[in-house]
Design a protein around this ligand. Structure first.
Ligand code: SAM
Length: 271
């Protein structure tokens, strides 16, 4: 059984020093890990990718329910601590952002692919972007992230947290909160609270040109307080205006008032 006391002893006996630059805040509350595993509902014959196994507390439990676990850990000093994990776990000691994930998973045989991780918070968005941009055939992503960041990821239209990243992520995934996590369950204790969110791959809405949609969304939110008329000066405003009219809207609204479906409708008309 995993115990936080044992983990600390192991880290100490290996003279391990926590590195802030790698976002190293390790979970010391076993209940949190059990809860993540339970909520993840990992189906048989699954491959789980974990980013940043740390001392292996989550990894160990993942290895009991998944067929295989593939971890990416940047800190080679954790190798002696991670070496005695089960045989179905492989750890690659490298920066996840520089990894060739598609190549790394090609020899695994699995029915379901999940990413499950307590992320290093300094690179939360680049990690999620990489998963999307590398076209990882993932069924579900369950990640612990800084609370404010998670709230933006899942923010709905017409709320203050809604931004271009919310639209981008919600194009690919249904996103929901799984649980709140207090800063007191980590060592060292971070300055921020966390949440665990679940991103489930969804059926994509009919869209002619992804690149155009994401450029339109980014430009619409360029200056958040400004209206669409101001942010989208370089676009064909007549077309945009006519789509907005059909939606009972006009160019004087701000980007945060447009839903993903409405952005798609505009992008499809502009293409
Ligand atoms: N999974 C452990 C836990 O929950 O206790 C540790 C989580 S800790 C928040 C983040 C982990 O990510 C650390 O082990 C850190 O060394 C690792 N890490 C940081 N940057 C990384 C990167 N670019 N690629 C892979 N691992 C990274």
């Amino acid at each position: 059984m995993y115990s936080s006391k044992k983990m600390l002893e192991k880290l100490n006996s290996n003279n391990f020093n926590f590195k802030k630059k790698f976002g190293q805040n390790f979970i010391i509350d076993e209940n949190i890990i059990d809860n993540i595993i339970k909520k993840a509902n990992i189906l048989p014959n699954s491959l789980v990718i974990e980013i940043g196994p740390g001392s292996g507390s989550l990894t160990k439990k993942l290895s009991k329910v998944a067929k295989n676990v593939l971890g990416y850990e940047i800190d080679i000093n954790l190798k002696p601590i991670l070496d005695d994990l089960e045989n179905n776990v492989k750890i690659i000691y490298q920066d996840f952002l520089k990894s060739n994930i598609i190549n790394d998973i090609k020899n695994y045989d699995y029915d379901n692919l999940y990413v499950i991780a307590n992320l290093p918070y300094y690179i939360t968005t680049p990690i999620v972007m990489k998963i999307i941009e590398d076209k990882l055939p993932v069924n579900k992503i369950i990640i612990m992230v800084q609370k404010e960041v998670g709230q933006r990821f899942k923010a709905k239209v017409n709320t203050k947290d809604y931004n271009s990243l919310s639209v981008y992520l919600q194009y690919y995934f249904d996103i929901k909160k799984i649980m709140d996590v207090s800063k007191n369950v980590f060592i060292p204790k971070p300055n921020v609270d966390s949440i665990v969110i679940e991103l489930t791959k969804k059926e994509l809405l009919p869209l002619k040109n992804e690149e155009l949609l994401f450029k339109l969304v980014k430009d619409s939110f360029k200056q958040k307080r400004k209206t669409l008329k101001n942010n989208l000066k370089d676009y064909d405003l007549e077309i945009i205006s006519s789509v907005l009219k059909e939606e009972g809207l006009n160019l004087n609204i701000r980007a945060e008032q447009l839903s993903l479906e409405q952005f798609i409708k505009i992008a499809n008309r502009l293409d």
